[in-house]
Design a protein around this ligand. Sequence first.
Ligand code: B1M
Length: 212
Amino acid sequence: MSTLLEIIYQGVLEGDQSEVGAGVQNALETNHSPSEILDNALVPAMSEVGSLFEEGEYFVPEMLISARAMQAGMAILKPLLVEGGVEMLGKVVIGTVQGDLHDIGKNLVTMMLEGAGFEVIDLGVDVAPEKFVEAIKDHNPDILCMSALLTTTMASIPVIIEAIEQAGLRTHVKILIGGAPVTQDYADQVGADGFAQDASRAARLATTTLDK
Ligand code: B1M
């Protein structure tokens, strides 16, 4: 890895937004391509952050700070990647289900998905079933992610899956779910394609789901 890419990598690990921003600018000026910076510095750094989180070395605050540093780099790269027609890994629509206003976990999942190379359309919180259906029609995502933090709002997940089925779109999209009260058993019970217990595992699951 070149020194500049190494600086960006370390900047993400340390959660240093200005170092990552400046590093990305410098790398672009010295003829590193946007996709090289993404694939060889930002994505592996976020993957390392995910591993450190799973090993208990990093906690939610460190992960959030690193994700924001990664996003500082992504903000510079995104228009160039779009302009250059660089293919993202896949497209994800994500939202917190109807009745639920918790978004910290969802935002973290979004950041990890972006860090893994996905284009993510975030519908926000309190998302009604018909909004999820509309978003599938509008954006044609590979994956739909739902977040639920309350035992009461968890019950919205099967309602949303039913609405997607009714709209004839169930086979168009893989459905992954998560949030504190959600479990693998629940995912199986409601007919989701997968469950992830945290943001790092969600990004990994999304990547492996694409291969299926
Ligand atoms: Co609320 N709240 N809250 N709350 N709140 C909980 C969830 C609660 C467990 C607290 C408690 O009582 N101990 C409890 C739920 C009990 C239950 O139903 N089992 C609770 C309650 C009751 C409520 C209210 C009803 C309180 C009230 O008004 N009486 C109310 C509901 C409002 C509503 O949603 N309609 C409410 C409100 C709020 C605040 C607005 C004050 C605030 C939210 C701010 C915000 O999100 N912008 C809040 C907070 C902060 C919490 C706690 C303290 C923290 C949640 C959080 O952000 N965790 C929470 C208690 C707790 O968890 N210790 C609590 C950090 C976050 C990184 O983790 O969200 O679990 P988490 O996300 C993880 C994983 O779950 C997973 O990855 C994430 C990152 O690793 N994940 C996914 C999440 N989504 C995923 C999607 C995926 C995959 C993985 O898709 C594939």
